[in-house]
Design a protein around this ligand. Structure first.
Ligand code: AMP
Ligand code: MG
Length: 488
């Protein structure tokens, strides 16, 4: 295990032509201190856990002291925000401190969020607040534990410095890791600013680092786009199956690697409400939960357009046509596992759709329902009280349960065995808004123990944690319908 000073940097992005980045010196907080460290992310970098106890840790990761090899840059990008093209966005409050090359050959962007203004701040203060930092810190790990591709959070740094939002809040910083922070909007920036040579340079960069098998192929750009379509279809299918609403699916928040990126006003469904809008600034519900799959395609079409100097329109269309069928395959695959089904049958899609109809009608708690479904009893005439009590009236559920029972029987499903399998698919703990909110309030009061506790809980969301049962319950009255805004 390495010390901070032993980290090796290989800053491939900073070496791209000048127009890709701006060199920026971070603006550290004078009183930056560690609020929480994610042990799993320390391991990814090969860093010894004890490194976080050194005073240098907060200095280095907070941008107060550069290690040899670090070259902080802000990345330029553009993007479609709520459907409208914005020609220049870029890292307005984030800095790529450097790219760490690990002993296992992995490469991790060390990305500081809240490190002060950059040429892309557009009048913003370049800061982040503790509230949004806690939310991103926890959710990255929650998603990872659910098997969903995501950026990871290394640590949170706190400060007493005021940051002005709708109210005065305290500043904080997040250091996150990802194999790349290139966004759909990075390609859009170079395409729409009429720099096709840079579109090619960027595509070559991403292909070399992340799709090396395509290098040297004559149709590599079309195949790269196909690969992004596939990853995006996979990602969105995962979100839909776990009940995650991202909240701000602008093209600048879509990762070229199909990672969940830029956690803002996201939300996990409590009650199953297909039209759930987690972002209270999204008055029209453009990014409502049930709109996400089509937004995935819309965003890919923007990316496809930005790549038209590298592939034909026919190739772009053919790749886009794969999105919907690939989404359906991935969604059904994960939902079958959530239902405990091992075989694939034609009727499964309809079984699932009727279930979604019933869940929506009775506004059943999504995570709790699936966790309880693992206890389904296939004995003839068994009453499924735990489940049926969640539906009002239960008649529709009773009819569905009969179909489900027949379907399970048809594949010879064994209750005890299926239950074990389903408990590894249906999390007992998800990052409900109220859970995040409580951790935030305690952290704001100077107590970060709750953040650490939730981080550990969500890192093992399928396990039983007897002393944390309350987090698996339906939300308390105050924690229902918490409004979350873009302001962060
Ligand atoms: P987001 O909605 O967080 O994805 O951010 C959209 C754009 O606004 C990005 O270019 C961010 O870098 C920029 N931005 C957001 N908050 C700030 C801030 N406090 N200061 C400067 N730029 C910001
Ligand atoms: Mg963003």
């Amino acid at each position: 295990m390495a010390t901070l000073e032993q980290l090796r940097f290989d800053n491939t992005y900073a070496r791209l032509p000048a127009g890709f980045t701006a060199r920026v010196a971070p603006t550290p907080f004078p009183d930056a201190h560690v609020v929480s460290v994610n042990p799993a992310a320390m391991k990814l970098l090969g860093l010894d856990a004890a490194e976080a106890l050194r005073p240098e840790f907060a200095q280095v990761l907070g941008g107060g002291r550069l290690l040899p090899g670090m070259e902080p840059v802000a990345m330029v990008y553009a993007g479609h925000q709520f459907g409208v093209y914005v020609p220049r966005l870029g890292d307005g409050r984030a800095l790529l401190l450097g790219e760490v090359r690990t002993d296992s050959g992995d490469k991790w962007d060390l990305h500081l969020k809240g490190g002060g203004p950059t040429p892309y701040s557009r009048g913003g203060d370049g800061r982040a607040v503790l509230r949004s930092t806690v939310r991103e810190y926890l959710c990255g790990e929650a998603m990872h534990a659910l098997g969903i591709p995501t950026t990871r959070a290394l640590c949170m740094l706190g400060s007493q410095q005021p940051v002005y939002r709708e109210a005065v809040e305290t500043g904080a910083m997040l250091v996150r890791l990802a194999p790349s922070h290139v966004r759909f909007g990075t390609f859009e920036y170079f395409h729409h600013s009429e720099q096709p040579e840079h579109v090619a340079t960027l595509a070559d960069h991403v292909i070399a680092a992340h799709f090396p098998q395509l290098q040297g192929e004559s149709d590599r750009y079309a195949r790269f786009f196909e690969a992004v379509v596939e990853r995006t279809a996979f990602l969105f299918a995962q979100w839909q199956s776990v009940g995650f609403a991202h909240g701000v699916l602008n093209t600048d928040n879509l990762s070229i690697l199909g990672l969940t990126l830029d956690y803002g006003p996201y939300g996990f469904l409590d009650d199953f409400e297909p039209g759930f809008v987690c972002n209270h600034s999204d008055a029209r519900g453009r990014y409502a939960f049930d709109q996400q799959p089509r937004i995935g395609l819309w965003n890919l079409a923007c990316l496809g357009e930005a790549l038209l100097s590298l592939m034909t329109e026919d190739a772009a269309r053919a790749a886009l046509a794969q999105y919907q069928p690939r989404f359906a395959v991935h969604f059904l695959a994960r939902m079958r596992r959530k239902l405990g089904l091992r075989e694939e049958r034609a009727e499964d899609r309809d079984l699932l759709e009727s279930l979604f109809g019933l869940l929506a009608e009775s506004r059943v708690d999504y995570a709790r329902f699936f966790r309880a479904l693992g206890r389904f009893d296939t004995t003839e005439g068994a009453r499924q009280d735990l489940l049926r009590d969640q539906f009002l009236p239960p008649t529709g559920f009773d009819a569905w349960a009969e179909r489900y029972r027949a379907r399970l029987r048809a594949e010879g499903s064994v209750d005890t065995e299926r239950r074990v399998r389903m408990d590894r698919e249906n999390p007992k703990y998800v990052l409900r808004n109220w859970v995040a909110q409580r951790a935030i309030e305690r952290a704001q009061a100077g107590d970060s123990a709750e953040v650490d506790r939730i981080l550990a809980l969500l890192a093992a969301p399928f396990d039983e944690h007897p002393d944390s049962e309350e987090y698996a319950a339906s939300p308390p009255a105050w924690g229902r319908h918490l409004a979350v805004s873009c302001s962060s």
